[in-house]
Ligand binder design. Sequence first.
Ligand SMILES: [Zn+2]
Ligand SMILES: [Zn+2]
Length: 279
Amino acid sequence: MNNAKGIYGCHNHTFYSEDSNGDPARLCAEAVRSGLAGIAITDHFDTEFLARRDQVGYIRRSLETTRRLQRAYAGQLRIFTGVEVGSAVLYPEGIRPLLATEDFDIVIGSVHTVRYPGWILPFSRIDFTPFTEAQIHDFLYQYFIDLQETADTTDFDVLAHLTVPLRYIIGKYRKPVDMNRYQLQVRRILQTIVDKGIALEVNTSGVGGTFDAFMPERDIVQQYLDMGGRAITLASDAHIPENATHGLAEGAAMLRSLGVTEACYYRNRKPVYYPLPDV
Ligand SMILES: [Zn+2]
Ligand SMILES: [Zn+2]
């Protein structure tokens, strides 16, 4: 399935993110080619790297480029300014100057680094091979604590990839995880975002890969809807232009199977609903 026509991809990275070499102009060209209605450019602002990387400078350059591309693609593609704020609980002050001085269309909140003693680094870089079942459990338990604190204390619009550690723990390291153990934590996080009007992201970057699942999976999206949640974004979380539409059509089909007829994108930090295309 690759028809993402009419969808808004609300989470994309470019070479202003540490883990991407993607050319933003090529990302936009790919989005136009594949018929996306719009994209947000949401480069990383990971607080754990503040001491060694000029993150403010990178985000400012990302914003300048995004604004230039908005003008270049006027009438062809809607392009939105954004940022993905990672692990804000490690250094809550970090993002405030940027949010106070720059206009963003969308601010995404996520956790990439868990406050797990001895392993306070992005979990994409952790080798989980020696972790015991108990350690995996403690790690995930702490992940959801950090995500809850992020939702409670950080200024953001969309909660990104709620179950993303599973991509590494299950997908890459083949460790079993019983998500029932985190049911209460997940429920509380969902309640918090429903109460605060924060959108839930359906992240489709894992579709077709070693962890072939939406983040979060369908049953968690169902819970969010049952709790009164309405705002949902679709996100390929592309780190290379070729992935601009990765999994978006599948994500739209999953949402439709739950009776969802509208997703949203963000403009001036407010959700704008659009009809999900038939895919
Ligand atoms: Zn992320
Ligand atoms: Zn991302």
